[in-house]
Design a protein around this ligand. Structure first.
Ligand SMILES: Cc1ncc(COP(=O)(O)O)c(C=O)c1O
Length: 434
């Protein structure tokens, strides 16, 4: 355990010992004075992605035109999926890049429920990303509540949402354990939760669910590229995740889905499109699913952003998860130390687990004026965190391109906002994107 000190010199010493320090050069940071603490929402632009964007537009689309589909475009969802598989502990043939996280959740959760028509329960938690909860509510309406959904699943379904065991930092694990019963078709949780950054024990929860005969689906959006993941080793059934946060794939880059090969061919996607058809260029009139996870493709994929994203994930693959995790833990420990040393006297409290084993790569610091503080930081101080209701100032620590000196400087600028009460100049009325 490192003994921290609150001085800038100490932060510089940590930078001097940082084995990942040179990775910063792989990224285009727009302004040397900007403290970017939002890589957990949108990663910064990798130089390789910028070069790839030019190549894809000018040479591939511009010159190859339709021939591009036979020059690596068609296979991209599987090829890039396997690369992401290396980051999430998935052997080849189980990870596919496609669509958004929300759509992938819809496809996989619907398939999981359809596979087990006699089970009516979905277990999740109030820590899950709201879009995931909405998708589950939509599935419940589609599969359970209509008089005849045509899918063979009838009667009342139920979604059990586990709450917090403390002040919205840690889920109630004993409630989770008792909610998973023989009637449970699916347990679906965010591996790292989006507000507090709590990390579920994937292995333990997966085993717990399997012991009751339930399938498990993990949302990896906040853990992919930030914490080591072992989907195969944990025997997870399904996973989904985005590529625009820690993987630096670019805004709106396509998401990925993982389906354990043990169950792939038993599952039916609720969206039967030609990309998921066994022989798409046979143009047969009847749908026959492709073998394996490819059946969860539906239609034509966003090739420009997929190929740019493929280049964007290279720094993560090169650094490797053990080194990234080591720096991330040191950074988030340091951030918690600085919160306690520098910011506690202004009324901030830590809204993330103190134990780094249970914490991802972002730290929420809580303050009743969190929203206005966030605005002052963005608009006056050249610091970009984000704000999550009701009082979380969320600070993302991305080990690939963030330095310890920047972390120190970010905290110092928050201190100045508080010392000078700069946040009082901003309305309580919120902007659309926070
Ligand atoms: C944990 C989590 N799940 C799901 C989503 C939704 O992803 P998408 O907009 O790609 O559907 C997000 C978006 O930020 C997220 O953070």
């Amino acid at each position: 355990m490192t003994t921290f000190s609150p001085t800038l010199d100490f932060a510089k010493k940590l930078d001097a010992q940082d084995p990942l320090a040179s990775f910063r050069d792989l990224f285009l940071l727009p302004d040397p004075n900007l403290i970017y603490l939002d890589g957990n929402s949108l990663g910064v632009l990798p130089r390789a992605a910028q070069a790839k964007a030019r190549e894809v537009v000018d040479e591939q689309w511009g010159r190859d035109l339709i021939r591009g589909w036979n020059k690596g475009w068609w296979e991209a969802p599987v090829r890039v999926g396997d690369k992401i598989g290396n980051i999430i502990g998935a052997s080849a043939g189980q990870t596919i890049v496609t669509d958004s996280v929300s759509l992938n959740l819809f496809k996989l959760a619907t398939a999981a429920l359809t596979l087990q028509p006699n089970k009516k329960r979905i277990v999740t938690d109030t820590f899950n990303f709201p879009s995931d909860l909405y998708i589950l509510q939509g599935i419940k309406q589609l599969l359970f509540s209509s008089p005849d959904s045509g899918r063979g699943v009838r009667g009342e379904g139920e979604i059990i949402r586990i709450g917090a065991s403390d002040n919205d930092i840690t889920p109630d694990l004993s409630a989770l354990e008792s909610a998973i019963n023989e009637n449970t078709a699916l347990v679906t949780l965010s591996h790292v939760v989006f507000k507090s950054g709590y990390i579920y024990d994937m292995q333990r929860i997966t085993e717990l669910a399997h012991a009751k005969g339930a399938l498990v689906l993990w949302d990896l959006s906040h853990s992919v590229g930030s914490v080591p993941i072992e989907l195969d080793k944990c025997n997870a059934d399904f996973a989904i995740g985005c590529t625009y946060k820690y993987l630096n794939g670019g805004p709106g880059a396509p998401a990925f889905l993982y389906v354990n090969q043990k169950i792939q061919n038993k599952l039916s996607s609720p969206i039967w499109g030609w990309w998921g058809q066994k022989n798409p260029f046979g143009f047969g009139l009847e749908y026959e699913p492709a073998d394996g996870a490819r059946r969860f493709l539906a239609g034509t994929q966003p090739m420009l952003s997929m190929l740019i994203m493929e280049a964007g994930i290279e720094p993560t693959l090169k650094a490797g998860m053990p080194a990234l995790r080591e720096k991330s833990v040191l950074m988030t420990d340091y951030a918690i130390y600085l919160t306690e040393q520098v910011l506690a006297k202004y009324g901030f409290t830590v809204g993330s687990p103190i134990d780094s084993n249970r914490r991802g790569s972002h730290v929420s610091i809580r303050h009743a004026e969190g929203y206005r503080i966030n605005r002052a930081l963005i608009e006056e101080m050249n610091v970009i965190p984000d704000f999550r209701e009701p009082d979380n100032l969320r600070l993302g620590f991305t080990p690939l391109y963030l330095s310890f000196a920047e972390v120190w400087e970010g905290f110092d600028r928050i201190r100045r906002v508080m010392e000078e009460k700069k946040y009082e100049n901003y309305p309580k009325q919120k902007l659309t994107v926070t």
